[in-house]
Design a protein around this ligand. Structure first.
Ligand SMILES: Nc1nc2c(ncn2[C@@H]2O[C@H](COP(=O)(O)OP(=O)(O)OP(=O)(O)O)[C@@H](O)[C@H]2O)c(=O)[nH]1
Length: 894
């Protein structure tokens, strides 16, 4: 049914609004958009002029309060001081004022546009810097609630209003607009859990982590971590700095995307009104009631599964139809491939349980008059968006959450019977980040028996969820029964009686309530358009720039202290580095010298000992008894073996000595290692028992002296000895001489002749035979008797000659000392490598610190700059006055 009600003076429910109407100046307005006609605009303007103005309570002496809250999406003080008696104003005056307001709107819009671009540039720069120098997310040690309160009070921050966050109200800084009011009870559990985590943190403060207290000072770039049932604090505390930085990166990206969306939104001349709420709350019925047409399907069961955007049909060339946008497609009305066209009567098919389309655009003719119509209001193009129920499913709920960001006005439909569900509370909490005011429609009021109690309960909940909305509840919270509003059937509707239509239009009281709600909604959407459209952008910009400013402050300070720390570390590192280079050279040389000294000492000792042994082996008592002539050969063999054994034993002793020397050398090296490198070098491998494991000196095989007959007759040495021995008998002497000569070889005749001369020829003849016999006998027996004395000499001389021939002494000394060198080289090398590594480690540390210093210095410069630019830009945004009234002269009609 078409409402042909004439525009009556719209009244605002509640006393405050009526007092506002009587006493307050008329509200400001502007004309923007393509859908207006001058005539319609003039009518609306005049209607608005007659109206009380938004939020009559402002005139009750509370107007000043708003100026503290600049930047919020809210009803404000009536902007246009109009002279008494000129409340209706002339058409000319209206035009002028409208013109001025439009001009101002454009100025503000452009200023915000510039600020958005500036902020995007800042955020992109921040993102790049975050890659190079992972930004620190502020951290404070866990502290008592009281301390954190003091902190909060000492810095401009966000006001936290819900009781879960503590019951204090920090004073609002005059230079910073009141921040977002968070009303999420969902934060409650986090808070409970965070206290224990904060206690842990007290013991081990982690850098780059956020604490619950400070988390609240962030609005846009807040790291939201609600996953897997773990609390935000638990998660953040378990993250690496890189992860924090990448989370921040994600937030920045999201923020940049949102800024682009905001830009589009403020450039868009139309206004978007999102109608959302819980499943089956009556959203579609409410939209139909607003349109006075049954356009959207209503059902007792959940039915709206996609976004339905209702637009004026003039935007579609005056054709009523539905454009269904397939999933994944981006709608463009001028490109038919981006949508499928349906007739209005087919809407139900598209909307209910649809899996092919993401949204539909419904172009309809608003059958209501310009004065009453929301779509065809003569001021601005309005899109009414019916969203799927919040708790339909998580995907759709998320989509609704995302959608609200591009929306100018949120109308939240709540069932009077069910009140606010958890999803409803979450949604309002999220929406309140940008839109301090949410238009609440409490639907299905007709089914409530104790309506007063219901009102009280709902308002109490609104108070908790959105205090700002609560303060203006007379304008913003409405109790209606949408199904009581008579509606026309859509073209194509068979017109059959719908049981749900029964009783419609039979309850003037409900219709009046609905009418009051509509007037408030029109005011909220149209009159406050400048604010509803631009204020979210301003609020968002202030929030994001505030966050950037906070991060810049923290990071500038962190960079500064990092710079100082690194500088200090570098200063301390320099002497250590120089010292390590010095000890690499000095200790390296000492170690080398130690190896060489030990080696040459072992060489000298081995050579001397062996030499000595070889020389003296013939004189030593080898402990072998002379068994007599018959075993003389065996005796000689034994002596030879014994000598060889003696020498071998000496070699073994030399090896033993070398081991001891090597162990001492090793200890020296190890001590040097400990001295210069600390205890890490105590485990250098050295195994003395592994030295000389091969019997490299199988002497018997190398030296093989043959025992000859002559070895038993060492006449030469006997001769020497005989000369030394005094008192030896003549016969012996003779025998010795004779024997000696005899034995000695060719010159024995000389001896005989000599004897003949002495004795005389006769005597000689008598003596010669027995003498000769005796001489020979004595000589032979003497020689044989002296075998034990002469044989060792003889053998030792032969041995010595042979050993000299094979360079035995040197080669053994060389072998033994080389093994010492080899054994010590390993530990020496390790110490030298350790010394080198030490130098390299310090060098690396120095280079790293140098790099850190450069990065910190760069970061400090960057964040100091960011601190300045973000604060300048923020001031610029703050100066954008969305509340400004048109000049008095214009208002007064000049
Ligand atoms: N008593 C009463 N019933 C209502 C009112 N408004 C809507 N309904 C009924 O509630 C049911 C659901 O209404 P819809 O408009 O389809 O609800 P919705 O929120 O759009 O549902 P979804 O889109 O599926 O989330 C329908 O049967 C309506 O007739 C009301 O004010 N009072």
């Amino acid at each position: 049914m078409n409402s042909d009600k004439q525009p009556e003076n719209p009244s605002t429910p509640g006393e405050s609004s009526s007092s506002g109407r009587d006493n307050g100046p008329p509200p400001g307005y502007m004309t923007v958009g393509t859908g207006s006609t001058p005539e319609a605009a003039a009518r609306l303007i005049s209607m608005l002029d007659q109206d009380s103005g938004y939020g009559g309570s402002i005139t009750d002496g509370e107007a000043g309060r708003w100026h503290n809250n600049i930047g919020e999406d809210r009803p404000g003080a009536p902007p246009t001081p109009v002279l008494p008696g000129s409340s209706t104003g002339s058409a000319e005056q209206d035009k002028q004022r409208s013109h001025v307001l439009q001009l101002r709107y454009n100025q503000n819009k452009n200023a915000l546009g510039r600020a958005i671009h500036g902020t995007i540039d800042i955020l992109k720069g921040f993102q790049e810097e975050n890659l190079k120098w992972p930004a620190h997310y502020p951290t404070i040690p866990a502290e008592s609630k009281q301390t954190s309160h003091i902190r909060s009070q000492s810095r401009p921050g966000l006001a936290h209003t819900q009781s879960a966050m503590g019951d204090f109200q920090p004073p609002r800084s005059p230079d910073r607009p009141r921040g977002l009011r968070r009303a999420g009870t969902s934060l409650g559990p986090d808070f409970e859990a965070e206290s224990s985590a904060a206690a842990e943190k007290e013991q081990k403060p982690e850098p780059r982590l956020i604490t619950p207290q400070l988390a609240h000072d962030f609005s846009v770039l807040k790291l939201e971590l609600r996953m897997g049932g773990r609390t935000q604090t638990d998660l953040v505390h378990s993250l690496e700095k890189g992860s924090i930085a990448s989370l921040l990166d994600g937030q920045i990206q999201q923020s940049v995307r949102h800024l682009y969306a905001i830009k589009d939104r403020i450039e868009d001349t139309s206004s978007k009104v999102l109608v959302t709420g819980d499943l089956n709350a009556g959203k579609s019925t409410f939209c139909n009631a607003l349109l006075r047409r049954k356009v959207l399907p209503e059902d007792q069961q959940p039915c709206t599964s996609i976004f339905c955007e209702v637009l004026d049909f003039r935007e579609n060339g005056g054709v009523e139809e539905v454009h269904a946008v397939p999933l994944g497609s981006v709608y463009n009305r001028h490109d038919e491939s981006t949508y499928t066209v349906f007739a209005l009567k087919d809407l139900e098919k598209i909307v209910i349980d649809n899996e092919h389309f993401s949204q539909c655009k419904i172009y309809i003719q608003d059958i209501r008059s310009v004065d009453e119509s929301l779509l065809n209001n003569g001021v601005v193009d309005i899109a009414l968006i019916d969203a799927p129920g919040l708790n339909a499913d998580s995907v759709k709920t998320t989509a609704v959450f995302a959608r609200q960001e591009e929306i100018d006005v949120v109308v939240f439909v709540v069932s009077a019977a069910n009140h606010f569900t958890e999803s409803a509370k979450n949604f309002i909490f999220t929406a309140a980040r940008e839109k301090a005011y949410i238009f609440m429609v409490v639907n299905g009021f007709d089914v409530i028996r104790d309506q007063q109690r219901c009102k009280e309960m709902i308002l109490k909940q609104v108070h908790g969820l959105s205090p700002a909305t609560f303060k203006e509840s007379s304008e913003l919270v409405h109790f209606v029964s949408s199904n009581a509003i008579p509606v026309n059937n859509s073209p194509g509707d068979d017109g059959d009686d719908d049981p749900s239509d029964k009783g419609k239009g039979k309850n003037p009281e409900k219709e009046r309530d609905f009418g009051d709600m509509e007037t408030s909604l029109r005011r909220f959407v149209l009159e406050k358009r400048a604010r509803s459209k631009l204020a979210p952008a301003k609020t968002y910009l202030l929030n994001v720039l505030g966050d950037v400013h906070n991060l810049a402050t923290v990071n500038r300070d962190v960079a500064q202290s990092e710079l100082e720390r690194v500088k200090k570390e570098l200063d301390a590192l320099e002497p250590e580095f120089e010292e390590s280079k010095k000890s690499r050279t000095e200790a390296g040389e000492t170690v080398d010298r130690l190896v060489e000294d030990t080696t040459s000492e072992v060489y000298g000792h081995t050579r001397d000992t062996l030499q000595n042994c070889i020389t003296k082996v013939g004189e030593q008592d080898l402990g072998i008894e002379y068994p007599g002539l018959l075993s003389a050969y065996q005796y000689a063999e034994d002596i030879k073996d014994s000598m060889l054994h003696e020498i071998t034993e000496t070699v073994r002793l030399c090896e033993e000595n070398a081991r001891t020397q090597a162990a001492q050398g090793y200890n020296g090296i190890k001590n040097l290692g400990i001295l210069h490198l600390g205890n890490m070098h105590t485990d250098i491998m050295f195994r003395a028992d592994r030295m000389y494991r091969r019997s490299a000196h199988a002497l018997a095989r190398q030296v093989d002296i043959d025992i000859e007959l002559w070895d038993f007759f060492d006449v030469a040495s006997l001769w020497e000895r005989q000369e030394k021995v005094a008192g030896t008998g003549m016969a012996v002497t003779v025998a010795g001489v004779v024997g000696g000569r005899l034995v000695g070889g060719v010159g024995w005749l000389d001896g005989a002749l000599g004897a003949a001369k002495i004795v005389g020829s006769n005597n000689l003849r008598r003596l010669i035979i027995p003498g000769l016999i005796a001489g020979v006998a004595i000589g032979v027996s003497y020689i044989l008797a002296s075998v034990p004395k002469s044989l060792p000499h003889r053998l030792s001389a032969k041995l010595s000659t042979q050993l000299a021939a094979i360079d035995y002494t040197h080669s053994n000394a060389f072998r033994i000392s080389s093994e010492v060198r080899r054994a010590l080289k390993g530990p020496a090398k390790e110490v030298q490598i350790g010394l080198q590594r030490n130098v390299e480690k310090l060098q690396l540390k120095r280079e790293e610190n140098d790099k850190l210093r450069a990065e910190a210095s760069e970061a400090k410069k960057y964040f100091s700059n960011l601190f300045r630019t973000s604060s300048e830009l923020r001031q610029n945004v703050q100066r954008i006055d969305l509340e400004a009234a048109p000049p008095a002269a214009v208002s007064a009609g000049l």
